[in-house]
Write a protein that binds this ligand. Structure first.
Ligand SMILES: *Cc1c(COP(=O)(O)O)cnc(C)c1O
Length: 368
């Protein structure tokens, strides 16, 4: 039996500019016939992002995953890299694809980022870097990570795929660590259809990053290093230029949706909502809810919502150290907090155009 308001709701919905705005933006590409290989749109977006993110240096990529793979490669790391399993498959895969050994540190139960109390105990003489994740846009314990990295001479590359535009005490997230990577995938707060970027502190890294994303080519007749192809094209960059014009109002709309969820779901026994950290200006990318001895399990809530056409996501489940491809290589029992959160978390739909009465409907189903 259908009710009139039962149209399906996905966990996210891509932000797109008006069609006319995009057409306007790509018109010059028909004049220049320059549609990839670091053209005018690419240069413009790189400059605009550098300013928006208050990033020291930025270089664009065709997606976030290759940005991360290339960032790791650019530092020429060896041996072991400490990371967390409560993340998207990409973070662990990028380490493994570089021939490095991921060593999993547990997360803390408050903001789901790397547990810096345990981090030091995992460092060996083979450790070369730490790759922490700003999960859901929550900022890692950057001061402690920096202290440890300095003491043991480790590189720090943040997976900031969730943290576009987030600031801590007014400082843009792109300023932490040696480098950070961002994802501009359609499902993220800011998109270039697919896309990504590496932000970095040391200018010298630009040469390696640019070679890694363009076959090591440095001139018409010179290939100085071994690299692949991970360039952002002009149509992607044009989409980014358009979307960046509207990013602040899109985040403000997310904020209103976020607040409505907090209003409806806070103070309910067995439901734990993500908190915005002190000093953090959030991008409201996700709405994680932990069902902690609630009368329904996470899977029951998930099924109830799905039955009504609402597609929440078990994000992140499974943990990366529990994925089939890494079977028998890692022990999930060594990251018990991550396991607990992965088993009980559900991210509810949140996107700028999600209507507040739809939020009410989603909450009513969760609470019914
Ligand atoms: C989305 C995401 C990535 C990968 O980005 P793509 O642009 O999809 O390649 C990496 N890490 C995390 C945590 C992500 O959420």
């Amino acid at each position: 039996m259908g009710e009139c308001n039962t149209m399906s709701i996905q966990v996210t919905r891509v932000s797109m500019p008006d069609l006319e705005e995009y057409i306007d933006e790509i018109k010059d590409l028909w004049d220049s016939h320059w549609i990839t290989n670091m053209g005018a749109k690419h240069k413009q977006l790189e400059a605009e992002l550098s300013s928006y993110l208050h990033a020291p240096y930025v270089t664009l990529f065709t997606n976030g995953h290759l940005a991360l793979e290339c960032a790791i490669a650019a530092f020429k790391l060896k041996g072991e890299v400490i990371t967390t399993p409560f993340t998207f498959a990409s973070t662990t895969h990028a380490i493994v694809q570089n021939g490095l050994e991921p060593v999993f540190c547990d997360i803390n139960p408050h903001d789901y980022t790397i547990d810096t109390d345990q981090l030091e105990s995992l460092i060996t003489d083979k450790t070369s870097a730490i790759i922490p994740v700003h999960v859901y846009g929550n900022i890692c314990n950057i001061n402690e990570i920096e202290r440890i990295a300095e003491q043991y001479n480790l590189k720090v590359i943040y997976d900031a795929a969730h943290a576009f535009g987030v600031t801590l005490d007014g400082v843009g997230v792109a300023n932490f660590g040696d480098a950070s990577i961002f994802s501009f995938h359609a499902t993220k707060v800011f998109n270039t259809i697919e896309g990504g970027a590496v932000t970095f502190k040391n200018e010298a890294l630009r040469k390696s990053l640019n070679e890694l994303k363009n076959f090591g080519i440095t001139g018409p007749e010179s290939v100085e290093s071994v690299g692949g192809n991970a360039k952002m094209n002009e149509f992607q960059a044009a989409m980014g230029i358009c979307n960046l014009r509207h990013i602040d109002s899109e985040i403000a709309k997310r904020h209103a949706v976020f607040e409505r969820y907090v209003e409806r779901l806070s103070g309910i026994k067995g439901i734990r909502l993500g908190q915005i950290q002190p000093g953090v200006n959030s991008n409201y990318a996700y709405l994680p809810v932990i069902f902690d001895r609630y009368r329904l399990s996470r899977d029951e809530v998930f099924a109830k919502l799905k039955f009504q056409g609402i597609y929440a996501r078990k994000y992140f489940y499974p943990l990366t150290n529990n994925m089939e491809c890494y079977k028998d290589r890692f022990d999930v029992e060594k990251t018990p907090v991550a396991k607990e959160i992965a088993d009980n978390v559900l991210t509810l739909p949140i996107y700028p155009d999600l209507e507040l009465d739809q939020v009410d409907r989603i909450c009513a189903i969760v609470l019914r």
